[in-house]
Design a protein. Structure first.
Length: 360
């Protein structure tokens, strides 16, 4: 299918354009045009925008003209304002017919609206768009959103973090179909820890028979996921290398479109309200214990109002009854443990964590 027809039907063109640019960078303009069935000027345009503006250059731009030659003159706009103030109940069509005003009635209405001469109508309440039907079409663990939460701005948690040396960052993975969550902690936010977390979750899913080649990890364009944009051309970040190793598809959302990460962002708000903002800790072991208890509560017990008041366990039983329910049980850990084991020659899941999984 040719590029034009693919783009015409896509609601989010950013990721497709990004792949065209990456293909052109790795090979050539001509090869990218051939692979994506488009013209070389089209490929060259997106490569040029990417080099000039970064990932923001791949977003759609407004086609509104900067200058409008036939725009109504200021004198006519002032006259419309004066007539509207004299006839407060007259609309644009009535004013045009009565005073033979130049321009269309829509242009007159625009002037009235821009100058706050129209009383705003009471906004009708609209039901929030229900995405539960769309999420129900995904297979469990097919689509996953990953993000990092900075815990330093939580007023109640900050003294414990400083006094006990508790972690500052939470690495979170939320599965879209059932809403279950896995998370881990680290003191730094970088691609090394992001890759360790991705590997930790991937190995867990693989151990329960999930085909990693069929799942997707969605992230934003943070440096912990894609590395430094200015320095990388054909160089993958540690996070991307981990996904490539497991054959997991990586989907990046456009810049400043955090609403596309709504599921994982919602969990960040919930876990702050229900865990970090109310719990007290006396040591690091107690912190991990309470985090693990909350993870079990969230995945096995807590009902989600936007998923028909069902917990992730209930949805897993409905949509994938063949999967072992223990797949929802992945203890939160400090990612520094995995980093230390990697330096000693290989890492996956520490023995202490494996014992917790088998005997929770």
């Amino acid at each position: 299918m040719k590029y034009y027809w693919i783009i015409r039907r896509m609601s989010n063109k950013f990721d497709y354009r990004l792949k065209i640019v990456e293909c052109a960078k790795k090979t050539s303009i001509s090869n990218a045009a051939k692979v994506f069935e488009t013209t070389r000027p089209t490929v060259r345009k997106w490569v040029y925008r990417y080099e000039e503006q970064g990932v923001s250059g791949l977003k759609d731009k407004s086609k509104t003209p900067h200058n409008i030659p036939h725009k109504m003159s200021k004198e006519n706009e002032d006259r419309i304002e004066d007539l509207r103030k004299r006839h407060k109940r007259w609309g644009a069509i009535h004013l045009k017919m009565r005073y033979k005003l130049p321009g269309s009635h829509t242009a007159i209405h625009r002037v009235m609206k821009q100058r706050d001469l129209i009383k705003k109508k009471k906004k009708r309440w609209r039901k929030r768009k229900d995405l539960s039907a769309l999420k129900a079409t995904y297979k469990p663990f097919q689509k996953n959103q990953i993000d990092v939460k900075d815990l330093v701005d939580i007023y109640h948690y900050w003294p414990f973090m400083r006094g006990l040396g508790l972690p500052r960052y939470e690495y979170t993975c939320r599965e879209v179909s059932t809403g279950c969550c896995f998370f881990a902690y680290a003191n730094e936010n970088n691609s090394s820890y992001a890759s360790l977390f991705a590997d930790y979750v991937a190995n867990h899913l693989k151990s329960y028979g999930i085909d990693l080649a069929t799942i997707e990890y969605q992230t934003d364009n943070g440096s912990e996921f894609i590395g430094n944009i200015r320095k990388r051309i054909n160089r993958l970040s540690a996070f991307e290398k981990t996904l490539l190793k497991h054959k997991i598809y990586h989907h990046r959302i456009p810049p400043r479109c955090s609403y596309l990460q709504g599921d994982v962002e919602t969990f960040h708000r919930i876990v702050e309200d229900e865990l970090y903002d109310i719990e007290n800790y006396s040591n690091h072991t107690e912190f991990l214990g309470k985090a693990y208890a909350y993870q079990l509560y969230f995945n096995y017990v807590r009902e989600n109002r936007w998923r028909n008041n069902k917990s992730p366990l209930m949805l897993l039983r409905e949509r994938a009854p063949h999967l072992d329910e223990s797949i929802l049980n992945l203890p939160p850990i400090r990612l520094e443990i995995l980093l230390d084991e990697g330096l000693r020659g290989g890492y996956h899941v520490p023995g202490s964590v494996r014992r917790l999984i088998r005997n929770p």
